[in-house]
Every structure is written in C-alpha cells, then in structure tokens.
Design a protein around this ligand. Sequence first.
Ligand code: AMP
Length: 213
Amino acid sequence: MNLILLGAPGAGKGTQATKIAARYGLVHISTGDIFRANIKNGTEIGKLAKSYTDAGELVPDSVTCEIVKDRLTWDDVKNGNGYLLDGFPRNLFQAEALDTFAHIDGVVNINIDQALLLDRLCGRRVCKECGESYHVSTLNGATTCARCGGELYRRKDDNPETVQSRLAVYNEQTAPLIDYYTKKGIILNFTGSEAPAEVLFEEIGKVLDTFVK
Ligand code: AMP
C-alpha cells in the first residue's frame, strides 16, 4: 500500500505518519526530514535547500522530485509493504511528476482549522533523536523527549514569520492537491483537532484497515 499524507504544516502529519508507518509496515519518507538531514550534514543538496527551508518556501521541484524518485528505488522500498510520503507532493507539478514514477493507492488528507496552527507550530518542540513532537505548554519545562530521552529543539522554521509564509505556500500551492486526488477518487478525508493525536489515529486506522483488505 502506497500512501500520501496531505495537510497544512502543523496539522499533525509527522506524528500520524510515524504511527501509520508502524501499524502497516510502511517506509516513512518525509522530504522535510531528508532536507533537514542534508542541511545538518552540509551536503550539496543541504546547501541548496537551506535558504528555501529557512524562508518557508518550497525547494525547487526538479531537486525535490529527483530525491523522491531516487528514494523509491532503495531496497527497503523495493522489498517492503509500501511507503508513506509525508510532505510530498507539495504542488501540482510534483503530483504530476509522481504519477510518472509511482503508483499511489490512497491519500490521507488531514483538514484542520488554520487558526490553531500558528500557536501549534510556534510552540512545537521536536526530539532530535526520534522526531517526536511536543508543545511547550505540555512540557512543564522539560528539555528532553519522554519517549527516548533525546534533546528537544525548536525547528528553525517554527517562528511566526516563517510559519505565515509556510501556511501561504500551503494554501496557494498544496491545497489544490485535495481537488487533484479527489478527482482521482483516492482521497481519504479526516479532521484534525486539539484532541490527542491518538484520537485522530484511531479514525485513520479504522479507514485504512478496511482499505488494506
Ligand atoms: P516539512 O518538514 O514537511 O514542513 O518541510 C520543511 C521544509 O522543507 C518546507 O518548508 C520546504 O522548504 C522543504 N520541503 C519539504 N518538502 C518539500 C517538497 N515536497 N517540495 C519542496 N520543498 C519541500
């Protein structure tokens, strides 16, 4: 089963992606994680991506599509049960490119009230080790991950100015994909909320369980 996870920044894609990938044995492929790893390691891709990710803009399509196309040829994907694309595609060009090198079975779309997102993203802290997300308001001053003990940090693009531009990019370029995949008949719509991530995951799981059979 090959899936796409769609939703605005802060909708909870990363958290749901980890859970979905674990439950169905899918390879989790996050283009944002790939760019952050490249930036951290100072690669050529990282040098190119940095100015875009810092500004909350999209890294050029040619680079992004090549990265994903290549990633789908790795052994874990070739020998696995399928994959979950998290953060890709982000616009119509990428979606059409993806159609030329992949078969997608379903698109999990998380709709969320955007009024919730600014606070959610600006207060987000992420574990450097396992990627788990927290909100400062629930941490009681803790600086390490409750799951693995890793150090928590604030993503460089989780500041009010960059968040605004990421939301604008989502509304202009990514939201049209909802229509694109609705027309293809493969969209699965869910509503995100302030409820714990487990609540949404349960709903997604119920639908995907029937989808897998
Ligand atoms: P994310 O972790 O998905 O929020 O992505 C963080 C940043 O990485 C984005 O704001 C973009 O700068 C870049 N990025 C991630 N995925 C893509 C993509 N599919 N196309 C272009 N840029 C991307």
